[in-house]
Design a protein around this ligand. Sequence first.
Ligand code: NAP
Length: 247
Amino acid sequence: MKLQDKTCVVTGGSRGIGRAIAEDLGEEGANVVVNYRSSEREAYDVAEAIDEGPGSAVPVQADVSNMDEVRAMYDVVDDVYGGADVLVNNAGMTRDGKFESMTREDWEQVMEVNLGGVFNCTKTFFDDICEADGGRLVNISSVVGQQGNYGQANYATTKSGLFGFTRTIALEMASSGSTANCVAPGFVKTDMLETVPDRVKEKILDRIPLSRFATTDDVAGIVRFVAGPDSSYMTGQILAVNGGMEW
Ligand code: NAP
């Protein structure tokens, strides 16, 4: 129970990677805030599953790209658990297309959620994380931020942006003893990957030395380590969880 009595906020905890992270942190005894934007039923299911184990959970609706909603989420976290120790910035979206057909709206929407959401949540929970004993910021980036990817100029830009953000916050947090790190998954079997055409998925698979896509648990296990006490001397790092892809 390495996260007993720690409160962990997981943005986009209703589905996919975020769901696995939320459930895994719950297994370590954490109080988990399961944030979601629209998948209410799924978020309540995740919270219920966590409550059945050693942890506890509360589902909280907030669009991370909206600062007012993130502040309202903070108030709930403060009321229920008295603040947060760990923030996992996991919520993310894609709006893919070749650059020549990408619109300004496609660009801005992905920036607003993938970077704007990280700004809003980190800003709101920053003091709590710095004041916590074992405070942790974990940003979910992507191998696409390291390599680029055809049709994902907007998404790749946001995921690369997290590297500079994380390193800087790591420096600014260091005097408090809290840490900030990035986890950069490769291609993971979630709804997000389902939007990729099969022929593209086959090509991607050829580039993965371990010859399989990641499961959500592959990522959650690394996040558990980064969020927990065993990583206390590691900060400003990028942990690649990509089956051995080069970057
Ligand atoms: P997913 O299955 O599409 O799930 C996305 C999650 O983010 C959902 O819980 C969704 O909540 C939430 N979300 C989206 N926009 C939001 C917003 N504005 N405010 C609050 N929550 C929001 O995605 P995933 O594959 O699990 O990806 C999770 C993270 O891992 C993302 O940051 C993604 O970029 C990153 N990643 C994914 C892969 C991959 O291959 N799947 C690889 C590398 C990195 P609702 O359903 O409630 O809207």
